[in-house]
Design a binder for this molecule. Structure first.
Ligand code: M6R
Length: 603
């Protein structure tokens, strides 16, 4: 949520900032801005409402400067506008700042320190730059003023600050929001995500919460809250520029849907040993085998993957599992079992709602495991154990391959724990073989995407609402399918337990309401078909996504049959394609839906 970039020591600072912001646009895209200075008094501040492309259009001449900062925004405080876009400057123009996060006590700061300032915008960030300017009047230097401000500020932040009187430094600080320093030869960069600066360097240094960093072109200096100098090794980012390009695809979402079969195969490669047996780090398996209950904590799509994970872990590992929404868990914490294990599911590894649960879990001393796609992400660093998804960067805001990767890695974990516990169900389940078949099944569906496009064109044209229904695993997929459809096509969609419709929601069915039924489980197929008949009798038009082994002539979307524990991996693919094509047919931006951002770093 919000992306930050900065550069010091390169001639074409503005170009580098703009390229970096384009790569970070997935983090927010309602307004953007850059500030560039040559340190000799030529300063440029350019801001724009809208996308990076809109910002680029405003830049007519050459922007000379070797130091600069940039920002792409997802509005929290203050509507999207040029005025509220970052960077923000102090009244005298000396300080310029970008921020990712939320300042919780900005009203109190305004009352206590900034009564005499004229504050034109509506953002919490503006308060910070004025506060630094306020302290600089009495502080011995900018670092001290910045530190004084950090002591007062409550909330989450990643800051980058330029003082025009010291144009050879970018001051950086972070708490809860992500920020990295990239190391170059004769220059250094900062960024919210390594992919933004991969063109410049692939060596990065992490910053811990509470640290302040002085970034110069040849040097960086990290200080902890007490002022102690910290030395930290850099690491090499395991990212390939090709992975973060769209290639020939019109949208990242389309590319990421297509990548799912190869992600399944990659997961198998990563989690099997030389004898092709499932292999997971022993300490992780031991921890999961010893616990008496697993609490899955997640948001959005990851939460939906958690439900399929519950079934896998309970069946294969024989361990009871509860699935919780991160944003609710801390405030409605259930009575915990005696030996819990907390399992955090998060594509980005940065989701603030999940992180606040992890902070509590750590404080209570319980073990934790993060399943994430991003090595080195906050949830990965702060949990006791990590398992990686190996899905490759997921850039479209609508999550697709991370969902299936999460379920596949949960299957791997469940199989490994089941084997360790000698659970009979695990001994007769050959995950390596079943997941390979599943990958092939996913491929079959992806290959038939044009048929789905045609189907969607008539089935979802003009509708304002739609339902997905199913039972068991099919219900879990229905929830995810509905989220996908609503977040990008803006069709109000609900994923419903098929049996529950008649207890109230069926009242919403009218002539022509689209209802999509998912049927992959033999035990529930007849009942779900019955529920589809009930809505048809009330005017609904229905579409059935059915496993081949259960399909009849009247079913429109037949998908290959796979092992019952892995059906979500296959049945979700047509629903992803339905959402994709419904959005395309309506003419919306598939990858950047309104009001959203990829990485949700505010609570
Ligand atoms: O990075 P995370 O998996 O923690 O993100 C959780 C949700 O914000 C995310 O899944 C969101 O619901 C997606 N937009 C869904 O497509």
């Amino acid at each position: 949520m919000c992306g930050i970039v900065g550069i010091i020591g390169k001639e074409n600072a503005a170009d580098i900032l703009l390229q970096g912001l384009e790569k970070l646009e997935y983090r927010g895209y309602d307004s953007a801005g850059i500030y560039v200075t040559d340190g000799q008094g030529e300063n440029h501040l350019i801001k724009s409402q809208g996308r990076i492309a809109d910002l680029q259009k405003k830049i007519t001449g050459e922007l000379t400067g070797t130091i600069g900062i940039g920002h792409t925004r997802w509005a929290t405080h203050g509507r999207p506008s040029e005025r509220n876009a970052h960077p923000h400057t102090s009244e005298n123009g000396r300080f310029t700042l970008v921020h990712n996060g939320v300042i919780e006590n900005f009203e109190e700061i305004k009352q206590e320190f900034l009564q005499n300032n004229s504050l034109g915008g509506e953002t919490d960030t503006e308060i910070v730059v004025h506060l630094i300017a306020h302290f600089s009047k009495t502080a011995e230097n900018t670092k001290t003023a910045f530190k004084q401000a950090l002591k007062v500020i409550k909330g989450s932040y990643a800051f980058a600050l330029i003082d025009n009187q010291e144009p050879e430094i970018i001051y950086v600080a972070k708490n809860k929001s992500p920020l990295l320093i990239g190391l170059g030869e004769g220059f250094n960069v900062i960024c919210s995500d390594a992919m933004a600066m991969l063109q410049e360097t692939n060596h990065f240094v992490e910053i811990a919460d509470g640290e302040l960093v002085i970034v110069e072109k040849e040097n960086i200096q990290i200080e902890d809250q007490k002022g102690n100098l910290i030395f930290r090794e850099s690491y090499e980012a395991q990212l390939d520029l090709n992975d973060i390009e769209k290639g020939t695809y019109p949208y990242y979402m389309s590319k990421e849907i297509d990548e799912q079969p190869s992600v399944m195969r990659r997961i198998l490669e990563q989690y099997t040993d030389e004898q092709d047996q499932i292999h997971v780090e022993a300490s992780v398996v031991a921890e999961a085998a010893e616990c008496d209950r697993i609490y899955i904590i997640a948001c959005g799509t990851s939460y939906h993957a958690g439900w399929a994970g519950k079934r896998l872990l309970e069946d294969l590992a024989g361990t009871p599992v509860e699935v919780h929404l991160s944003s609710e868990f801390s405030y409605n914490m259930p009575l915990l079992s005696e030996k819990p294990l907390f399992l955090f599911l998060s594509q980005s590894g940065e989701t603030a709602d999940s992180r606040q649960v992890l902070v509590k879990v750590n404080a209570l001393g319980y073990p934790s495991l993060t399943l994430t796609n991003v090595p080195g992400s906050t949830l990965s660093r702060e949990a006791k154990h990590t398992l990686l998804l190996h899905a490759g960067p997921e850039i479209a805001v609508a999550s697709t391959k991370a969902y299936t990767a999460q379920i596949a890695v949960l299957a791997v974990l469940a199989a490994a724990v089941g084997a360790k516990k000698q659970n009979p169900a695990a001994s007769v389940f050959d995950l390596t073989a079943e997941l390979s078949l599943t990958a092939a099944a996913m491929e079959t569906i992806v290959d038939e995407k044009m048929m789905i496009s045609q189907l969607v064109e008539s089935f979802l044209s003009d509708t304002r609402n739609a339902f997905y229904i199913g039972r068991g695993m099919d219900y879990f997929v229905s929830m995810e399918a509905a989220l996908k459809l609503k977040e990008i096509s803006y069709i109000q969609a609900e994923g419903f337990a098929a049996g529950e419709l008649k207890h109230g929601t069926i009242a919403l069915i009218e002539e022509g309401t689209p209802v999509i039924g998912i049927i992959t489980e033999e035990a529930t197929a007849a009942h779900t078909r019955g529920n589809l008949k009930e809505v048809e009798s009330r005017g609904a038009k229905t579409l059935r996504i059915v496993s081949e082994s259960l399909a009849g002539k009247q079913d429109q979307l037949i998908i290959p049959t796979v092992h019952p524990l892995l059906t979500p991996l296959v049945s979700v693919v047509p629903t992803q394609l339905i959402a994709y094509f419904a959005t395309l047919h309506r003419g919306y931006d598939v990858d950047k839906p309104r009001n959203l951002a990829k990485s949700v770093t505010v609570e």
